[in-house]
Design a protein around this ligand. Structure first.
Ligand code: ADP
Ligand code: MG
Length: 451
């Protein structure tokens, strides 16, 4: 990975602000799914062991800039405390004198979790003053919140301009796994895309069409492709204004030699609810009163067959209305098959909240090579876009190249310029003297040279 990580940072005794993604489902004051909390534990444990003072910060839900009691992070702090067997006090607010005092009193190896950042509208607005206050809490910044890396907020982007900024271990793993898909996938490489809205997935399909050998489409989004192929789909979910995109994608796939597998038979239901009447039909002419809700048996066989020898797979989006058990068969069959492929050494990466929920429900999550903690972020990354929360992290120096003797002692103009602006940066930002270790100074020079 070309970003410096928390392993490169000098953190002993330092105050380290760690942006984590603790946006987890909570009901009755209890965390319902702690996978995102578990995913952040390696970074937290590393910092605690190194004797850092660990200031954790996250958002939870959508409080829209106001205090919402049901979106307080206390249950998250409790769950984390159980997982790491340490005290994790949660501040009453991310800002304020009480919080500043609590942070000042921290000793090496201690952890504090700031209250929900999004109780302040300044977080999502990437307000410079808010970012500066967060930065004033710490000497070093670590971003381990991959799931929020596609958002330019105060705690993901603003703060990183004011402190030496490193990737956490989860962030590192996410970027490594997802980059591997785009840069060096072992072939055959397949993308399986499903879910509700085709409009969410067009950009990612466009980019993946230049990378994959096989594209498997299912779920609600495949309906728009069926329309593009001149089929009728009854009352099924579809986006008629995206039929043109679907047509273009099919044409590009053909030109690029990418095989596209669409459903050939489907489960149709009278209503998209439990206990409704349903049956299997060919995906040709669905009568007006039916909804497509799942893959039929033939589609499942066709898809499993097409995927039989893949070496790399990216999957996003359930292949049916998996929340209703009768319509989860296609999703479940593909999940079992991918768990098997992963067992046999294929690289299987799954992203997307609902897709991951479907796999977890079957107890197959641990079988996959990588389960991305970021749905939107993983899609944006695979669209080929640069994530703002990643851009701001410090770049790793390229490995030393042996230089010709003549240039050894004269610094290149570019390097000089970088050094000059690094000095300027050092005088205009509040980087505390304590962080000016050789690594941090080098890091600061790197940041400056990137701007
Ligand atoms: P992810 O969260 O994995 O990115 P999406 O949010 O894109 O996935 O899509 C998940 C939703 O798609 C689920 O709620 C599921 O019920 C819905 N879905 C899948 N297939 C269909 C279908 N045929 N008709 C309507 N909704 C569907
Ligand atoms: Mg979803």
């Amino acid at each position: 990975m070309d970003k410096l990580t928390v392993r490169d940072a000098d953190v002993a005794g330092k105050r380290v602000f760690v942006r984590v993604d603790f946006n987890v489902p909570i009901a009755d004051g209890k965390v319902q799914d702690d996978s995102r909390i578990r995913a952040a534990v390696p970074t937290i444990a590393l910092l605690v062991q190194a004797g850092a003072r660990v200031i954790l910060a996250s958002h939870l839900g959508r409080p829209n800039g106001k205090v919402v009691d049901s979106l307080r992070l206390r249950p998250v702090g409790q769950r984390l405390a159980e997982l790491i067997r340490r005290n994790v006090p949660v501040t009453g607010d991310a800002l304020g004198v009480g919080t500043e005092d609590a942070l000042k009193r921290m000793r090496p190896g201690e952890i504090v979790l700031l209250e929900n950042l999004r109780f302040h509208p300044e977080e999502e607005a990437n307000d410079p003053g808010f970012a500066a206050t967060l930065a004033s809490y710490a000497d070093v910044y670590v971003n381990d919140a991959f799931g929020t890396a596609h958002r330019a907020h105060a705690s993901t982007v603003g703060i990183a301009d004011q402190l030496p900024a490193f990737a956490g271990l989860l962030m590192e793993r996410e970027l490594t796994m997802l980059s591997k898909l785009l840069e060096a996938p072992e072939r055959p490489f397949a993308a399986i895309l499903g879910g509700a809205k085709v409009s969410d997935k067009i950009a990612v399909i466009d980019n993946l069409l230049t990378k994959v050998d096989l594209l498997v489409l299912g779920g609600g989004m495949a309906n728009t492709f069926l329309l593009a192929k001149g089929k009728t789909i009854g009352k099924s979910l579809a986006e008629p204004d995206r039929v043109e995109d679907a047509r273009r994608i099919l044409a590009t796939a053909e030109k690029n030699g990418v095989r596209v597998v669409l459903p050939v038979d489907v489960i149709v239901a009278k209503e998209v609810t439990r206990g409704t009447e349903y049956k299997t039909l060919l995906a040709e002419k669905i009568p007006a009163s039916w909804h497509i809700v799942d893959l039929g048996k033939q589609s499942q066989e066709l898809m499993l067959d097409a995927l039989a020898d893949v070496k790399t797979v990216f999957w996003n989006g359930p292949l049916g209305v998996f929340e209703i058990p009768s319509f989860a068969h296609g999703t479940n069959a593909v999940a079992r098959m991918l768990a098997d492929r992963a067992d046999q050494g294929a690289t299987v990466v799954v992203g997307g909240g609902d897709s991951v929920a479907a796999i977890t429900r079957q107890g197959l999550a641990s079988k996959m090579t990588h389960i991305s903690t970021g749905g939107g972020a993983s899609l944006e990354f695979l669209e080929g876009r640069v994530l703002p929360g990643v851009t701001v992290l410090l770049d790793r120096e390229p490995a030393e190249q042996p230089k010709p003797a003549a240039t050894k002692s004269t610094p290149k103009p570019a390097a000089k310029k970088a050094a000059a602006s690094a000095t300027k940066k050092a005088t205009t930002t509040k980087t505390p003297a304590a962080t000016k270790t050789p690594a941090a100074t080098k890091a600061a020079a790197k940041t400056a040279s990137r701007k």
